[in-house]
Design a binder for this molecule. Sequence first.
Ligand code: IVH
Length: 676
Amino acid sequence: MSDTQLLQELETLRSDIRRHNKLYYVDDNPEVSDAEYDRLMRRLQEIEAARPELITPDSPTQRVGAAPLKEFGTVTHNVPMLSLANAMDEEELKEFDQRVKRALSTTADIEYVFEPKIDGLAFEAIYEHGVFVSGSTRGDGVTGEDVTQNLKTVKAIPLRLSQELDADGKPTFPLPSRLEVRGEVYMDKADFAKLNKEREQTGEPLFANPRNSAAGSLRQLDPTITAKRPLKAFFYALGQVEGISFASQFEMLAMFRKMGLPTAFHYRCQSIEEVLQRYHELHERRDSLPYEIDGSVVKVNSFQLQQELGMISRSPRWAIAFKFPATQETTTINDIIVQVGRTGALTPVAVLEPVNLRGVLVSRATLHNQDEIERKDIRIGDTAVIQRAGDVIPEVVKIIDTKRTGNEQKFVMPTQCPVCKGAVVRPAGEAVHRCTNHDCPAKQIGHLEHFVSKRAMNIDGVSSKLLELFIDNGLIKDAADLYSITKAQLLPLERMADKSAENVIQAIEKSKQPELWRFIFALGIRHVGEHTAKVLAKHFGSLDKLRQATEAELTTVYEIGTEVAKSVAQFFQKPETDMLLKKFAAAGIQIVNPQSAAGAQPLAGKSFVLTGTLATMTRDAAKEMIEKAGGRVASSVSKNTDYVVAGSDAGSKLAKAQQLGVTVLSEEEFQALLNE
Ligand code: IVH
């Protein structure tokens, strides 16, 4: 390929990726699948790895890779980041409207913009000539922390602003020479719940709510940690601006979107009455939104009027936060019962005196596990503060000990499973109690739910309810039975019309050629989450190889710890597993493994450590190439390391390699090895 062609491909890839980012994050209307997007990214990485001199700081590949910091630098905002005064009810909102009118000496209705108040962490991003250059947290409003490297990992924040082109291909607006934009970094409720679940499994402390988890994630000294957190962002305000101007909040938000800066939904309202109407609407919708909001923000639309109104004690006179009523409630814990999940985990649940929380009558709250109950000292009969956090499942925040009468009773974990009476154990070092009976019906339904779930076999339209019906009607005993269900068997079931029966059959049929990692994940092996399933699929390449692997072999796989190795080996040794897999095969399940189609794997099984600065590629690119060739990259040198690739300024890792007699490769030698 000629250089011109290469440059052209590079530019096309970058602009395509940017366009897909905008379609996804701004327009909420993606055009391509994740796989297609990944393919574009990989191709771009490939080219940049081969021609690192062509890498630009705003290339979509440049989101991760910065080294961890010792501490954050401080940044003084060019324009202070203000906070908002609150209106707690209708009356206070109307007073705000009156104040605005008085200050503007008018009786005419004011035009407002109504926005949701996103419950995240305020930040500022600075773009120079359309390129993201730095960013910071709000801090105290005057100075914040420099979180540039962390913000770069947030895909919703463009590294480069988009431009809209007219029919002649000319930009419809100039990119400002400087644009300081403000917004909120947040986490979707579902992503938050998933993150906490993973943390629970790995024994890390849980985040209390999506806000804390967004804040905690953005304020990581190691940007590679931030990169792994599912952060998103919305923009809603300006700092200093040069080279562009806006007449109103509404116009500014529209322009943000054109520039590729995501905004939350928002409305123009012609009067404070219309604002109120929007507020009630929003309150209704609150729980169906994918992210947490704690109310609305009402802003005078015209920038001219905003300027006339000015500010008072660090808050603008032209805006107000119109909050929702509190979401915590106090109630009594009438009982503590125990639920059994897919893995047999016993979860204690508080049975509450029903209480209205955000319009939903709540009568249960999760207590997570025994340790949590002890930590919060929760007893049956206690008066407790409960809340609905990011998770839809309400939880107990704390108990009110001044309300104790002395009649409260401590909770004890049952020694028998409440569902099947099987023995309950708490494995050493774990926070959870588990039912040990393999055939426990609670596990069965949980297993099936997991099997059909989106990230596993992705059998659309087979709900938990439907699975229960299948079991109750004797249609299935295990996941493999799903594949022998016929339409004739479905039709007599409750609320099963011809079309829906057809859809179910189709969905099941469609799942018959799962990717290897999905199938491994779907099997529901203890400790094998999505990521581990991918690691295993990549390493072993086929289900048969994985089945044959001994515990010792499994332990040698990078990222597979002793506990996972043990669990996997045990799983495949069980005769039940053998039977199940035979049933799957008989049902016509054909596992595909795109990984093994990737080509030769000359570095299969080889372990690398990268150190120092490489001249022709980034470390990430080198890592990618090694992994593609079947090798793996570790962070520290041990006697198991096969090669250390040493760039310039290599330090202690090089010394360690020499000390242990590990082969050290120069960058050229490494390239040669890759090309072998
Ligand atoms: S406007 C002067 N708009 O609420 C403009 N703020 O108490 C100040 N927030 O620090 C911000 N959603 O963290 C604005 N749509 C929105 C918002 C919003 C959330 C947060 C932000 C700010 C705080 C103000």
